[in-house]
Design a protein around this ligand. Structure first.
Ligand code: ATP
Ligand code: MG
Length: 270
């Protein structure tokens, strides 16, 4: 089988393999596309926590993006954690140079434990510059709260926050509901014309490391292959749900999901 599309991933490395660029590459590959990378940071972590983080110089991040894309043109780009305003500025500069239209931004700001990962200046740049440049943003609940300055407790609050993000210039918004304490998980897709509420039963497990990275990479893969953004979000949610369900139980902490659960998608949705 030949890959169906080519994707550039701009994100950090997770040495444990469950999240970050490792989860992104596994997702893109499992769903049948070709993955290229620009690594923004190297994190030393396992399922019990992060030991340390080494940032890559913004110039090298840009260089990876531009030199790689000049040779093999990506059909779509997935952006994960950009940890500082300097990194965001470099990435925006490189995106302007390579001029790829399909871009999915996972605006990673908060670690699973609740700690803020990026500073105020970086958040301002994300809000005022980057979200307008991309096709879709995929904040989780705490990230959507920070971006919109609202409190989110219900799916109605999620829809309201998503519509605020649209009024701030985002073209399409997908707010992930993993962090709400409800029996079902609701993910909300919103643009100027549509609202799509995706409902799934919450799976009881501590092994959800990398669900967010996996989801945005899966959306990017489906979108790069010509599906609409709404359909891509629906298919990606199914892929993540299946991957959580197929519980690997690796490690002593928050373990990874199973990226090889994609035969389900392969059979039913392609
Ligand atoms: N326990 C669960 N059961 C079913 N689906 C879940 C569960 N937890 C998360 N999801 C799904 O996983 C996807 C990612 O959502 P989540 O809110 O966990 O993102 P995130 O906080 O960005 O993840 P990460 O911590 O990896 O960055 C969503 O589609 C969400 O519905
Ligand atoms: Mg996340």
């Amino acid at each position: 089988m030949s890959p169906k599309s080519k994707i550039l991933i701009i994100a950090g490395s997770d040495s444990s393999g469950g999240a970050g660029i490792q989860a992104d590459i596994k997702t893109v590959t499992a769903l049948g596309s070709y993955a290229m990378t620009s690594i923004t940071a190297v994190t030393i972590q396992n399922t019990t926590g992060v030991k340390s983080i080494v940032s890559i110089n913004p110039r090298e991040i840009s260089s990876q993006i531009e030199f790689t894309s000049k040779d093999i043109r990506p059909d779509a780009i997935k952006i994960g954690m950009l940890h500082s305003s300097k990194v965001i500025k470099s990435v925006i500069h490189s995106l302007n140079i390579i001029n790829v239209k399909k871009i999915i931004l996972d605006p990673v700001m908060i670690a699973k434990g609740g700690a803020r990962l990026i500073d105020e200046k970086a958040i301002d740049l994300l809000k005022n510059k980057l979200i307008k440049k991309v096709s879709l943003i995929t904040p989780n609940i705490p990230e959507a709260e920070i971006l919109t300055n609202t409190k989110i407790k219900t799916k109605e609050d999620m829809i309201f926050a998503a519509s605020l993000l649209i009024s701030m210039g985002a073209k399409n918004v997908f707010i992930k509901g993993g962090h709400l304490h409800s029996k079902n998980v609701y993910d909300i897709f919103v643009n100027k014309k549509e609202i799509d509420i995706i409902k799934n039963r919450r799976i009881t497990t501590s092994n959800t490391h990398g669900t967010g990275c996996t989801l945005s990479s899966a959306i990017t893969t489906f979108f790069s292959c010509g599906k609409t953004l709404k359909k891509s979000c629906e298919l990606a949610t199914k892929y993540v749900n299946q991957s959580i369900r197929s519980n690997l139980n690796y490690g002593k902490g928050h373990g990874p999901i199973n990226h090889l659960s994609s035969s389900f998608i392969e059979k039913k949705f392609r």
